[in-house]
Design a protein around this ligand. Structure first.
Ligand code: SF4
Length: 215
């Protein structure tokens, strides 16, 4: 009979491999194509993802929600928006009735949409030339809440600015500054950002106080 621990690792491995299949593919060498996902999250994280990546730990099947929807036949195709010599590439989860729809998993019903989801949705409206959109949060207990948005130019200009910044930093091979936020808690680079390794030499209190072992 399969033990509880084996069962859990089986699920974890399944989530990891499906997650890899569903990931938005980013060619780390093509710095002239910046993905929308990269600029609505911490730029430092996106930089590390391209330069020195570490796999993200997925918590469960709910994390795969939008990736699965994008792959279904009603999922939308990726689209590009040209910013000078850079292409901003985005992909909505679904386009229905001329509106952009995003699906996001959540632990509990949120009072407000997350800032990065708003940035993503708004940018999709500019990329796909649509005027409105909606984010639907779905929780584990099958509750859902939705937030509608009308596209906003200023919010999109912020995304465009971040596209240019990430492109410049990748070109110059400069690590972006820390962007401390709630995102850091689940970030695979947390240790790299906040915990500095020190070369510590093991010593005893007696040695520190100047006593020899024989005293
Ligand atoms: S830990 Fe925070 S600041 Fe560092 S890369 Fe991750 S999200 Fe960005």
């Amino acid at each position: 009979m399969m033990g509880d621990r084996d069962f859990r690792s089986l699920i974890k491995n399944a989530v990891e491999s499906i997650g890899r299949e569903l990931e938005i593919e980013i060619d780390s060498k093509d710095i002239k194509t910046i993905h929308l996902k990269e600029v609505v999250q911490c730029l430092r994280r996106s930089y590390y993802d391209r330069i020195d990546p570490k796999e993200v730990e997925r918590r469960g099947f709910s994390d795969l929600l939008s990736g699965l929807l994008r792959k279904l036949q009603f999922g939308s195709n990726p689209k590009e928006y040209v910013i000078d010599d850079i292409k901003l590439k985005g992909q909505a989860d679904m386009i229905a009735d001329d509106s952009i729809i995003l699906f996001r998993p959540t632990n509990s019903t949120p009072q407000d949409p997350k800032a990065n989801d708003l940035l993503y949705l708004n940018a999709c409206m500019w990329i796909y030339e649509k005027k409105d959109g909606m984010i639907i949060y779905i929780s584990g207990n099958r509750e859902e809440s939705s937030f509608a948005l009308i596209r906003d130019k200023k919010m999109f200009e912020e995304v465009v600015r971040r596209v240019r910044v990430l492109n410049d930093l990748l070109k110059e091979q400069k690590t972006p500054i820390l962007e401390p936020s709630m995102e850091c808690t689940d970030c695979q680079y947390y240790q790299r950002c906040y915990i500095t390794k020190k070369n510590t030499k093991q010593t005893s209190l007696a040695e520190m106080l100047g006593f020899s072992k024989d005293d």
